[in-house]
Design a protein around this ligand. Sequence first.
Ligand code: ARG
Ligand code: ZN
Length: 875
Amino acid sequence: QTIKLEDYRATDFVLHSVAMTIRLFEGRADIHTTLELERRKGVDAAAPLVLDGDELTLTGLALNGTPLEGERYDASPQRLEITGLPSDERFTLDIETTLVPENNTKLMGLYRSNGIWCTQCEAEGFRRITYFLDRPDVLARYEVRIEADRSAAPVLLSNGNPAETAVLPDNRHFAVWDDPFDKPSYLFAMVAGDLDSIHEQFTTASGKPVSLGIYTERGRATQAGYAMDALKRSMVWDERRFGREYDLDVFNIVAIADFNMGAMENKGLNVFNHKYVLLDPETATDVDYAGVETVIAHEYFHNWTGNRITCRDWFQLCLKEGLTVYRDQEFSADERSATVQRISSVRRLKAHQFPEDQGPLQHPVRPTEYREINNFYTATVYDKGAELVRMIETILGRDRFRRGMDLYFDRHDGDAATVEDFIACFEAATGEDLSRLALWYGQAGTPTVTVTEDYDAAAGRLTVGFKQTLRQGTAGTGTAPVHIPIRFGLVGPNGQDIDTASVHGANVAGDVIHLTEPEARVVFENLSERPYLSVLRDFSAPVALDHPQSEADRLALARLDPNLFNRWRILNDLVGAALTTASRAPSPEIQAPLTPEIIDAILGSAGDESLEAAFRAQALALPGEAEIARMLAENVDPDTVHAVVEAARRGVGKRGAALFARLHADRETGSQFSPDAESAGSRALASAALGYLAAATGDFGPAADQYAAAGNMTDRLAALTVLVHRFPDTPASTSALDDFYARFKHDGLVIDKWFAIQATIPSPGAVEIVAGLASHAMFSLKNPNRVRALVGTFAAANQLAFHRADGAGYRWVAERLVEIDRLNPQVSARIATTFRSWRSLEPVRRDKASATLRQLLELKDLSTDLRDILGRSLR
Ligand code: ARG
Ligand code: ZN
């Protein structure tokens, strides 16, 4: 059944309040919900009340305190319809349901993870707890009472502020939580269990004290310190940057081992995948630290962008997600390095969103229809959604953007809003016309911007042409010209921007060209020499750039551009183009896909000590194999792509051997580990150097030494990756893998790294390796992190083996998908998206991949989640 945006209408009944009692027992949870409801003005007096359910068992139903007779209602596991309700006065409904949290393997609704009772309700999980108007535009005040055994669950948490606790007979107790802010059901949460915790106090800018708590499984609270620190920094940042203060007396976070996604912003009670809370230097890498910081900030920022202002319907998901990703990116930019943060956001966008937008799963940032909303928590909604907000900021400028945001918070606090509401605030606050920007929300696909340059030396005039094109894709959502802000500069030979006062033609304001028509021309006059044109600085729009600049110009900009982001971007594009070309050419070309000039540019950045180490490490990171495949767009042979990337690595490694040896030798060892961005950058640079050294020399010695001496997980994992990926089956590699396992076998989060590193061994034999690991004692189909580490990582990040020409990689993943789907459809559907680019493969693999998809789709009893992904992938 397809849900359509155009079919939106408000509910027939208005919900005023919710009172819940949750009684937890071993093997059972009894839920008693009291709803205060009222028929909406103007609604037919005979209209029934229809509530959503999902696999529910009704055990009691009463209207205004009197049990309802059977003929007044119709209950099934997925629906409760009640007739004959009062036409114009408030009434109460008491609904009782009973559940078995222990059997809830979908991890949606109320379930148990390592003994802890917890909930996940976004998007439609609340209906797995009780019958409800389970949609984001139904907002109400909740009072929640939780009862449980005092030993099994000494800690009882829900949304809002704590109200009352007391002891009951039979070693039981209860806690009441009262959330004063109206909220939709997807923000409900409840946690009960035997938890450890850490606590701190925070005082908001206006002096309000807030008690902060982070709860973990027993024995792990010591790993929550960095998350607590990130939370406090997030709270301060939102006050300073957006004037947003926290609004309850408490803010709690719970870390859970079995969790479908990263984390969830439930009001006052965020629930996290413990991967994004628990850290220490021995078990977590710098990447993990950065991930915790980002996700903690993201969920905290949702308190305003998502909770205080929520979404009218799920089509508006980007209203909270795109905006909140934009906010967490800005936070990370301020806390760390803005340039490096932007590089990593753009890498992520290109790695995840571009392929989605260019394949059969493409959809607009605001979709207009869906079958399964869980399949729309995508890179397009999140990351492209963030780019659209960023473009609004670029178009308006920082100050006027803030004015628009202030108006949004003012006007829509307490609302379930739409994308139109959001954009209208910026227009109202600034008088700017954003209609061509708004078109981005409805059109799928990545626009291409073509740039041409024409320099007239005699006249000292540079004429630059811009053209935007958008190809109609499978979503069929139109190709109208949109507003594309292009940040630019003219760079002189001394590496400084030339003053561009003498410019006319298209709409240029400061350092931004506003391309709002299919084509535009900009003319720069009074130039004494031909400048280097640097466009799309900071990646000011999520477009594919077609700028046929000479290699000499690009090499100059890679060295000179005062916009550091563009230094990286232009070099990365140059390398990407060379690797793509080599991947198309017959095999002899593979020997040296990068020219010495390009390699010197890479080495120049990597060796430039005036630059941040993290930036230098980014300069060394070649485009990945999936990225090359995406740029090739058709007839992709992953074996060739792999060979080309390998040859490039050897080429860089050989030419830079001296530099890499020095960078690796200079790395800090033995000193106290600090997770700060600067230290992390140095470690990333040293690790990149180690990888190139190994590629160039074929010597595992330095990696084995680094593994043996490693004082933290970042250095240890970097060394292990080099050993296992470059020297598989050697004693050095196997003994390091065994040592790693022996050290960390008690810690699932680290064992996930152990699985993932083997799932990504760049060898066709990795299919047999993952097949063997699937029966390892530490593997479990029930833990989403474990499944993603082995199956997800293999399919997403092992191009060589997943795409093995005999189809064995596809078959192995397909078999696992069927098993996972029976337990947890959200996880199976997500992993199945790794097939999405099958059409761009060479014919043999293309046929094998599509046959695998078709065979899967023929199976009965697939979840709607997986069926939806498979069906759309074959479009
Ligand atoms: N709102 C959560 C976040 O972005 C993610 C929820 C994902 N839900 C889902 N059904 N996939 O922070
Ligand atoms: Zn979010």
